[in-house]
Design a protein around this ligand. Structure first.
Ligand code: KG4
Ligand code: ZN
Length: 331
């Protein structure tokens, strides 16, 4: 089954062709990062306009690179939420029109289910497993029981991990997006600044990163007021270690409690080398198997939307053309 995926929830206009929910035939991503970095973050109005400019082009490229015609496509899958409403509307409306005009079935996909499905692409991962999804707007710990059946066990109560990365990077003048910049600096620094591990010891699986973010911003302010130097590498390493202690600590505690030996990590922050190294160590020491998508599939892309759309279609059939985009769509 050939699925054409479309993703436009934030600042990437993307389209992909995926076979049988697993095999990537093409994966086209047009990033708007260069436009938004001037402003230190995504400007919603600019993002939707840019999606409108790019959407036809990326869909055509996806078909061309996969060497197929629209008549070969069996299903069109597009993100319907969560995300920026103006951005979502572009991809979702385009997908509906494309499917309707060509008499193809259509499904509206939850972007976070897309991130979970990223680990199915070009891999042998099968449920059940524990999924840790860490993106710019969300942090989730999910027990995936089957392709479309899962329990959400932990979620962020305030800021997501990626949001904290971006905010701290902006304050340090490192630019947008902050994650890759902090990840790079952290490799050169020492964890010599004391920062909180929020909710690590509490007996639930929710996350909170706003306290850590505030602690880092307070540290920056107090150093500046005292006229003392801020060693960006050390601050990046101390912050990253605090984030990773909580993410890895909670995930491993849940894996032991549920006696699950397979962990799949995804979402933009899963591109982080520090996080990948931590799980690689645990894989060697604890006999667990960990999955990470390739870095291009960690951040937003349409191949993961096609993979999630395939699974959804198999269990629930097509979506109605009347479904709407939902900015705060939950899991
Ligand atoms: O999943 P994603 O592409 O978009 C959302 O659905 O939000 O995630 C984007 C987030 C940004 O906050 C970005 O700073 C973060 O992922 N990110 C990283 C890294 N690469 C991207 N965070 C930490 N380390 C990285 N290497
Ligand atoms: Zn995302």
């Amino acid at each position: 089954m050939i699925v054409l995926g479309i993703e436009s929830s934030c600042d990437e206009t993307a389209s992909a062709i995926v076979k049988d929910g697993r095999q990537i035939c093409s994966n086209i991503i047009s990033s708007q990062i260069d436009i938004h970095k001037k402003y230190g973050g995504v400007v919603p109005e600019v993002a939707s306009r840019k999606h409108i400019e790019m959407i036809s082009f990326v869909v055509e490229e996806a078909l061309k690179e996969a060497k197929i015609d629209i008549s070969d496509v069996d299903l069109v899958a597009a993100t319907r939420g969560p995300g920026l409403i103006g951005s979502l509307l572009v991809g979702l409306s385009y997908a509906k029109a494309l499917a309707f005009a060509n008499d193809i079935d259509f499904v509206g996909v939850n972007h976070m289910e897309g991130h979970i499905a990223a680990n199915y692409l070009d891999s042998d991962l099968k449920p059940p497993f524990l999924s840790l999804v860490v993106s710019g707007g969300h942090t989730y710990l999910i027990h995936v029981k089957d392709y479309t059946s899962y329990d959400v066990i932990g979620r962020t109560r305030d800021d997501a991990a990626g949001e904290a990365y971006d905010k701290i990077a902006r304050t340090l003048g490192l630019g947008y997006p902050g994650g890759p910049k902090i990840d790079k600096l952290a490799k050169l620094g020492h964890a010599n600044i004391e920062l909180p591990r929020v909710m690590l010891k509490e007996d639930h699986y929710d996350f909170s990163f706003s306290g850590l973010k505030t602690a880092v911003l307070n540290y920056i302010n107090s150093q500046q007021m005292k006229g003392e130097e801020i060693v960006a590498e050390d601050l990046a390493r101390s912050f990253q270690d605090a984030v990773l202690d909580v993410l890895v600590g909670k995930t491993m505690r849940l894996a032991r409690e549920l006696d699950i030996k397979t962990i799949a990590v995804s979402g933009g922050v899963s591109a982080n080398d520090g996080l990948r190294n931590r799980f690689a160590d645990l894989e060697r020491k604890e006999g667990i198997k960990t999955y990470f998508p390739s870095k291009i599939l960690s951040t937003d892309n349409a191949a993961m939307i096609a993979a999630a759309g395939f699974n959804q279609y198999k269990s629930q059939g097509p979506s109605d053309f009347s479904i709407k985009a939902i900015a705060n769509l939950g899991l």
